[in-house]
Write a protein that binds this ligand. Structure first.
Ligand code: ZN
Ligand code: MN
Length: 140
């Protein structure tokens, strides 16, 4: 995300802080996560400002909205093609950059010319697995 690309957006320190946060925290945050982090530095900033800024950045193609979390929008500022690993317990989203070939039978193309694909893997992350193991140990 280059700052020149933002020249037609008003450069308030708050907006820059939002962009900085996204660049440094590739955790696929929700608008709430961004608000929580950035409002520590800018206590007067409203949730609406954060939300609107995220929407604007999305419109400009500088971040993408993920639909993997049915409860909340998650934002990804890494525009390189990649896949995701999603924890069904804590909803943490990990990036997968390994490329692989996935075969789709031609009769499923529906006349589409395929230009890309994105795969969402679901599972239980290491931390949640560890937690479950500990809870089982405690109950024994
Ligand atoms: Zn987890
Ligand atoms: Mn990602």
């Amino acid at each position: 995300m280059e700052l020149e690309e933002l020249k037609d957006m008003k450069q308030t320190p708050q907006r820059l802080a939002i962009i900085e946060y996204l660049k440094e925290n590739k955790i696929h945050p929700t608008a709430g996560d961004v608000y929580k982090a950035v409002s520590e530095r800018f206590p007067t900033m409203s949730f609406a400002t954060v939300y609107n800024t995220l929407e604007k950045l999305k419109e400009k193609g500088m971040l993408v909205e993920l639909s993997i979390d049915p409860g909340k929008k998650r934002f990804d500022c890494d525009l390189r093609p990649h896949h995701h690993l999603i924890c069904i317990r804590c909803r943490e989203v990990f990036d997968v950059f390994k490329d692989y070939y996935l075969e789709l039978p031609e009769e499923e193309f529906n006349g589409f010319e395929l230009v890309g694909m994105q795969v969402d893997f679901y599972g239980i992350c290491r931390r949640c697995k560890e937690l479950e193991r500990k809870n089982i140990d405690l109950n024994l």
